[in-house]
Design a protein around this ligand. Structure first.
Ligand code: SAH
Length: 391
């Protein structure tokens, strides 16, 4: 295994155990390396930092898999995945879960979502891509699944010199899967759906709306396949209207509503939420609950301001449409916007909308996506419910 030595001055990030090592943090590489090779990393003083994989073509040049001298082989990945599964089972995420959440499970750049007997994989770096056969083998042996699919159609792979692909990693199977969540059923299309097909990270937050939607007229925007809205109907909302810009998402959402026999209460329409919030707000339409779950408005630090403008606009318009004493349910799914900045943005939106707000619930992603302190990208979802009153 080639040895890599870090600079004398290292960042606090590496010192406190963050597994990423950037190009400019490396002092020297004692030998030649190919993308994906395993390397042993040392601090300047000769202390072991750990073992991981290297990609000289990537800005994040090394990602550590272990802080020790563990043998990195198929058995290593099997053990890591089994450990990740034990954690989910302990916390009750048995049927559907994010089985592996990358760095948070000490498997950098690996995502595995479990939808009952089916598994969706993302290998987002060169080093982890090389171990894909071993990872598939581990899933086969631990779960004996009905199918495994890869959703590697993700642009970030290109930064690693990998191509974007998707397809079966097991025998082919019908890719529209049926899952249960909180007593409801949802179709998940793991081939054509967004990301891995379904947003498991909101599964606990969907339960958090239970009491506030009872008897309410609800507007949902950025609904995707309608999970929050169908939960609202199930929890006793009087009427629910969901808006998403994607025709396929809306089609799937209406299908999910019918599947749960709630289509007399909840309906979905394909529209641009920005336009809807603006024009319906002007018309004076009112709801008891408005729910917003937009996509990440930014993927880079350079455009955080633009993202904040977007968050502020939809939340301000959303609040204006809420009957006094009603509720805003709002999320942000990018780690580039910190919890403090998100809450400040909601506060600003409330001031501008001339509303008084009270925090009802504030939480993050579900615990099958554990947060590692000091690893910002593991703490990404902000989920907030506020009561909204006229001033
Ligand atoms: N709440 C969903 C996830 C939403 S993901 C769930 O729990 O499953 C964000 C959604 O916003 C995507 O479905 C995307 O199609 C939609 N979207 C993006 N831009 C939009 C816009 N301008 N208007 C309406 N929907 C939009």
């Amino acid at each position: 295994m080639t040895k890599v030595y870090l600079n004398k001055k290292i960042t606090q990030r590496i010192a406190s155990g963050h597994p990423w090592i950037y190009n400019n943090e490396i002092d020297r590489i004692a030998g030649t390396v190919e993308p994906g090779d395993l390397v042993e990393v040392y601090f300047f003083d000769g202390q072991l930092a750990g073992r991981g994989y290297i990609n000289p073509n990537s800005q994040i040049t090394i990602r550590l898999l272990t802080k020790h001298r563990d043998t990195i082989d198929a058995a290593f990945f099997h053990k890591k995945i089994a450990t990740a599964w034990a954690y989910r089972k302990q916390l009750g995420y048995v049927e559907n879960c994010r089985l592996v959440f990358g760095e948070a499970d000490e498997l950098p750049a690996l995502i595995i979502d479990k939808f009952n007997d089916y598994f969706v994989l993302q290998t987002l770096s060169y080093g982890i891509e090389k171990w894909k056969p071993a990872i598939v083998e581990a899933i086969q042996s631990i779960f004996n699944p009905k199918g495994i699919y890869e959703r590697n159609d993700v642009p970030v792979r290109e930064l690693e010199g990998l191509t974007q692909i998707k397809g079966f990693l097991s025998d082919p199977f019908p890719t529209e899967i049926l899952i249960n969540e909180n007593g409801l059923q949802f179709y998940v299309n793991i081939e054509t759906g967004q990301k891995t097909g379904y947003f498991l990270d909101q599964q606990d937050n969907r339960r958090a709306i239970q009491k506030i939607v009872s008897g309410a007229d609800v507007l949902g925007a950025f609904t995707y396949t309608g999970t929050f809205e169908i939960h609202a109907a199930h929890y006793g909302a009087k009427s629910v209207l969901g808006i998403d810009i994607s025709e396929t998402a809306v089609e799937q959402a209406n299908k999910n509503a019918a599947l749960n026999k709630l289509d007399h209460i909840v309906k979905f329409e394909a529209m641009n939420a920005f336009d809807v919030l603006k024009s319906w707000g002007k018309e004076g339409r009112k709801y008891d609950v408005v729910m917003l779950d937009p996509p990440a408005f930014t993927k880079s630090r350079n455009s955080i301001d633009k993202a904040i403008t977007g968050y502020k606009e939809i939340n301000l318009r959303g609040m204006k449409m809420i009957n006094s004493g009603g509720f805003l349910v709002t999320s942000s799914c990018t780690n580039l916007v910190s919890p403090e900045l998100f809450l400040d943005t909601i506060d600003m939106a409330a001031r501008d909308a001339k509303k008084r707000i009270r925090q009802v619930t504030y939480q993050s992603q579900s615990s099958d996506h554990p947060i590692i302190w000091g690893m910002e990208n593991t703490h990404y979802l902000k989920f907030l419910i506020v009561e909204v009153c006229d001033r």
